[in-house]
Design a protein around this ligand. Structure first.
Ligand code: AMP
Length: 210
């Protein structure tokens, strides 16, 4: 899944994982779990994430390659938030080649910058399980409480307005070139991410098949 931060790719990735019964692999979630558990990786990643910067490729690529080599990924998986740089995409392609597979689709969830800033200020994340909601577009059943686990919902540090601006700049500089990269590889498909999340989901399922 490709797209700017806050384009809704995480929400879509989770829904797709349920529909196709394949794992949802989010590098952001993996880093956040490491931060919560106080691991070395978590400490290193947090310093970058809190500033809206990308975690360096050398801390990111191996962890994804190890994850997709696991048994539960043999029928497929959804990558959410990875790759985010050309070197990450190249590392992924090289690893997949060795495994004898390749990426089927790169789904670009397209949302203009002006919508992003507005969306991210309204995003709320669960301190317990990391599920995300939106105060207007995707509200929890009870305000500020996670539907899934009952824990509190907060505005993540990296969703604070100054950090969002920084993340958007980082996205344009480092991640957007992947759109060309996957277009050239013939696997890019773009969906309009500004419509209702059910309609975005339907558009993606139309591409991937029932
Ligand atoms: P996300 O939850 O995907 O928006 O990711 C939150 C933050 O985690 C990003 O702003 C980055 O700091 C970091 N991150 C997640 N995935 C990657 C990646 N593939 N490469 C580098 N940093 C990442």
């Amino acid at each position: 899944m490709l797209g700017a931060p806050g384009a809704g790719k995480g929400t879509q990735a989770k829904m797709l994982a349920v529909k196709y019964s394949i794992p949802h692999i989010s590098t952001g979630d993996i880093f956040r779990a490491n931060i919560k558990n106080g691991t070395e990786l978590g400490k290193k990643a947090k310093a970058f994430m809190d500033q809206g910067l990308l975690v360096p490729d050398e801390l990111t690529c191996d962890l994804v390659v190890d994850r997709i080599a696991q048994e539960d990924c043999k029928n497929g998986y959804i990558l959410d938030g990875f790759p985010r740089t050309i070197p990450q995409a190249e590392a992924l392609d090289a690893a997949l080649k060795i495994m004898g597979t390749a990426i089927d689709y790169a789904i670009n969830v397209d949302v203009p910058d002006e919508n992003i800033v507005n969306r991210m200020g309204g995003r709320r994340a669960c301190v317990g399980c990391g599920a995300t909601y939106h105060i207007v577009y995707n509200t929890p059943k009870t305000a500020d409480i996670c539907d899934a686990c009952g824990e509190k919902l907060i505005l993540r540090d990296d969703d604070q307005p100054e950090t969002v601006q920084k993340r958007l700049t980082v996205y344009h500089d480092q991640t957007q070139p992947l759109i060309d990269y996957y277009e050239k590889a013939g696997v890019l498909r773009t969906v309009d991410g500004t419509v209702d999340m059910e309609d975005v989901f339907a558009a993606i399922v139309k591409i991937l098949g029932e």
